[in-house]
Design a binder for this molecule. Structure first.
Ligand code: PLP
Length: 493
């Protein structure tokens, strides 16, 4: 095997000159990738055994040349990735890493800052305060709320519900756990459309899945406040303890938004914490097209928004905001001797606001992306996605075989292929056949590699979900996607 051509110098690491040389190699290969990204399959059928047979080698005894490692990455790893950063990736809630964000990740890794305490990272902590205030302003949440960057919306909801649980009990839950002197059964309310992260939080917090009360949604997939009120009243009468309501702005299946005003009124009357999961919908408050129609998230005691979903910032970047000042620290602040620090006013120790101690410098990528595009640039990019979704809905509406079973303002388009000579929908067997047809369309489309979509099942059956969030997606991409959907659908029916 050839000796690595990289100079290792005295330190054992690459010499800085080789770091730059390899960095240029990497960037050149990424440039090539993105210049021809529309020729790259978004995904291909996967074969776990074949993939493992190719990748599962013994760890090399001796260091290898970077050019070889890079070439192997492109040849053996990248083709079996699903290309989430592809303009034709529309699965789940698609995420998008814009180029300034990608470079910020490189700088973050190079400096390798730990933003746990102000004193371990003064300007990382200061920038975190700044971008959190920017994000709060964008979403319409009080900018002076406590806030922290965390590793995903599921964790943000877990952390918020931890604080809500502690606030709901008069005894010190930190000290005694839930089995303390006031052992009333904790209850969390959320709609039947809410994300599974609420259930996971209930599992983790010891609340238990059976104490997550799923409130039915109305015909528009929005939580019904009257049923929420009734559920809370019933629990109070039975001696159970309402801990929190989790309302969603931008539900996972169809991007519906719960009616926050009436829900907040109920929470206020019953003294229950309202957590707003606006992971998907919250930052669309920036969009001129959507803002007027959006729910006011400022009524939440806590709020999560996910720039990694909507603001072209690479994974992971999520912000948790909490207007009950001190509540997060009340639950999560714990300072052993080796982490004590004395600092002047205005400083914040982010380790106090979540269970995480060591934490990276997530603020830099937000700072770079927001500065690189500006609020106006972000606004127009979000408006562009909303307009592309409108085009796709328009194409479907004009076609006799395609239906949009749920309206949405967001750039999440739910479609169903329902040819007039296809399966009937007035029998369970016909419904199942229609669902199966749409599932085959998703599988075939994704296997073909031209685009990637995902699915959900709503009240009247299976829907193809198309999320438009990539900064590089154009009107031509929508035309190509529409052609691919039709080609696959006609072949599959
Ligand atoms: C409404 C909603 N909340 C929370 C989450 C969880 O987000 P994350 O993957 O950042 O944990 C999702 C994921 O798509 C979501 O759709």
């Amino acid at each position: 095997m050839a000796e690595p051509s990289t100079t290792l110098g005295d330190t054992g690491d690459w010499a800085p000159v080789d770091f730059e040389r390899h960095g240029r190699e990497l960037l050149a290969s990424l440039r090539e990738h993105f210049e021809h990204v529309r020729d790259v399959p978004v995904a291909r059928p996967y074969d776990p055994a074949g993939l493992m047979a190719r990748l599962d080698t013994a760890a090399p005894e001796r260091g290898e040349d970077f050019s070889r490692i890079l070439a192997d990455t492109w040849d053996q790893v990248v083709p079996d990735l699903v290309q989430w950063n592809h303009p034709a990736f529309h699965g789940y809630f698609s995420t998008c890493a814009s180029f300034p964000g990608v470079l910020a990740e490189t700088m973050t890794a190079a400096l390798n800052v730990n933003a746990m305490l102000w004193k371990t990272s003064p300007s990382a902590s200061a920038l975190e305060l700044v971008v959190l205030r920017w994000l709060a302003d964008m979403a319409g949440y009080p900018a002076d709320a406590d806030a922290v960057l965390v590793g995903g919306a599921s964790l943000a909801t877990l952390y918020a519900l931890g604080a809500a649980r502690d606030a709901a009990y008069p005894h010190d839950v930190r000290e005694h756990g839930l089995a303390g002197p006031d052992a009333a059964v904790p209850r969390i309310y959320t709609s039947d459309q809410a994300h599974s992260s609420v259930d996971k939080a209930a599992i983790t917090l010891g609340v238990g899945l059976r104490n997550v009360v799923r409130i039915p949604a109305d015909s528009g997939y929005r939580m019904r406040p009257d049923l929420l009120e009734a559920a809370i009243a019933e629990d109070v009468a039975a001696g159970r303890r309402p801990v929190a309501v989790v309302a969603t702005v931008g539900t996972t299946s169809v991007a519906a938004a719960d009616p926050l005003g009436p829900i907040a009124d109920i929470c206020r009357r019953h003294g229950v914490w309202l957590h707003v999961d606006a992971a998907y919908g919250g930052l669309f408050a920036l969009s001129t097209a959507l803002r007027p129609a959006l729910e006011d998230v400022s009524v939440g005691d806590s709020l999560v928004v996910n720039p990694q979903k909507t603001l072209f910032v690479p994974l992971d970047a999520t912000s948790l905001h909490c207007r009950r000042r001190g509540a997060l620290a009340n639950t999560y602040r714990l300072v052993p001797e080796y982490l004590t620090s004395a600092h002047p006013g205005g400083a914040a120790d982010f380790m106090d606001l979540s269970p995480q101690l060591g934490r990276g410098f997530r603020a830099l990528k937000l700072w770079w992306v927001i500065r690189a595009f500006g609020l106006d640039g972000l606004r127009s990019r979000l408006d562009h996605a909303v307009a592309l979704a409108g085009e796709l809905r328009g194409l479907a509406a004009a076609h006799p075989d395609w239906h949009c079973p749920v309206p949405s303002d967001y750039p999440l388009v739910c479609l169903r292929y329902q040819p007039s000579d296809g399966p009937r929908t007035d029998t369970p067997e016909g419904r199942a056949a229609l669902d199966a047809l749409n599932a085959r369309i998703v599988a075939e489309l994704n296997d073909a590699g031209e685009a990637f979509v995902s699915h959900s099942v709503i009240r009247d059956g299976y829907v193809i979900r198309i999320s438009l969030a990539n900064i590089h997606t154009t009107a031509d991409d929508i035309t190509r996607l529409w052609a691919a959907l039709n080609r696959v659908a006609e072949k599959t029916r």
